[in-house]
Design a protein around this ligand. Structure first.
Ligand code: A2P
Length: 273
């Protein structure tokens, strides 16, 4: 598994298992264990997903050591209150049954809470309770507000990103500022027919891969980390087998041409908090 160095020196595996929409059941727990025993070393959850317990259980019961796993969770919008962030953090630790987090993110930019929440996360980071802190669903103007309240630069910005919505400007801004872009819904698969696109199918045929692997490789070559969700053993294995081929410049551009600048998820500026 390839890893990328974040701006504070810690290493993040370039493919993670996103567990949004995995329910808090033994079936999901078994899928996460299966992922760990087949090479996954990066799991992305959130308190909002309501599955931190099974993530914690799967990690505990897997043969992989905790320190070899990169574990991310996020502080939910309603917990972005002075009196609630610390409690939310402690609750996540408890549910995940872990002493520390590798990465804690602000899940969405709650317009009037950004600075306050970032200051609290910065303190937790300085106290060593989290190895890194970052943000999710932030646009450039949200990120700029962080610079005014804390010297700590977020290590990542986790955003909706797939070939139909490639967010090139925001990705470039993040890379220029040493903020690692992480793509949620990288396959756009649950809401579109992206993986049926002829461009992707033709490239898949050429490289003896599947369309999802072509998309994940495109992200990797664009210096973007992906966290695809799958509850299927075969697809889980496919999604981390992307490090043995390389798309040409022209093929990267072909995939870029699928961009339609349309979000599948909420717009961070108008999301109803
Ligand atoms: P499943 O869990 O049945 O594999 P995203 O994270 O981009 O939103 O994508 C998640 C969706 O993509 C899920 O519906 C998942 O279904 C599907 N998916 C995950 N990996 C693959 C793959 N390699 N090929 C096709 N579909 C996939």
């Amino acid at each position: 598994m390839e890893k990328i160095k974040l701006n504070n020196g810690i290493l993040m595996p370039c493919i993670g298992l996103g567990v949004y929409r995995m329910d808090n059941t033994e079936t999901s727990e078994n899928i996460i264990k299966y992922a760990l025993s087949n090479g996954y070393r990066h799991i992305d959850t959130a308190s909002y997903y309501d599955n931190e317990e099974i993530v914690g259980k799967a990690i505990k019961e897997s043969e992989v050591k905790r320190e070899d796993i990169f574990l991310t969770t996020k502080v939910w919008n309603e917990d972005q209150r002075q009196s609630r962030v610390l409690k939310a953090f402690e609750t996540s630790l408890k549910k995940l049954d872990t002493e520390y987090l590798d990465l804690y993110l602000i899940h969405w930019p709650v317009a009037d809470k950004i600075e306050q929440t970032w200051e609290i996360l910065s303190k937790l980071y300085e106290q060593g309770k989290i190895k890194a802190i970052g943000v999710s669903n932030f646009k450039q103007h949200h990120i700029e507000r962080l610079q005014k309240c804390s010297p700590i630069v977020p290590v990542v910005n986790q955003i909706e990103l797939h070939p139909y919505f490639n967010q090139r400007e925001l990705v470039n801004y993040c890379l220029e500022h040493h903020i690692q872009p992480v793509a949620w819904s990288p396959l756009g698969a649950s809401k579109t027919n992206l993986l049926e696109e002829a461009i992707l199918k033709n490239l898949a045929k050429k490289y003896n891969k599947c369309p999802a692997q072509i998309v994940l490789r495109w992200n990797f070559q664009n210096h973007v980390v992906s966290i695809p969700k799958s509850s299927n053993k075969e697809r889980l294995k496919q999604n981390i087998s992307i490090f043995d081929f390389e798309l040409t410049k022209d093929e990267m551009l072909q995939i870029d041409s699928l961009n339609s600048n349309k979000r599948l998820g909420a717009d961070p500026d108008t999301f109803d908090f």
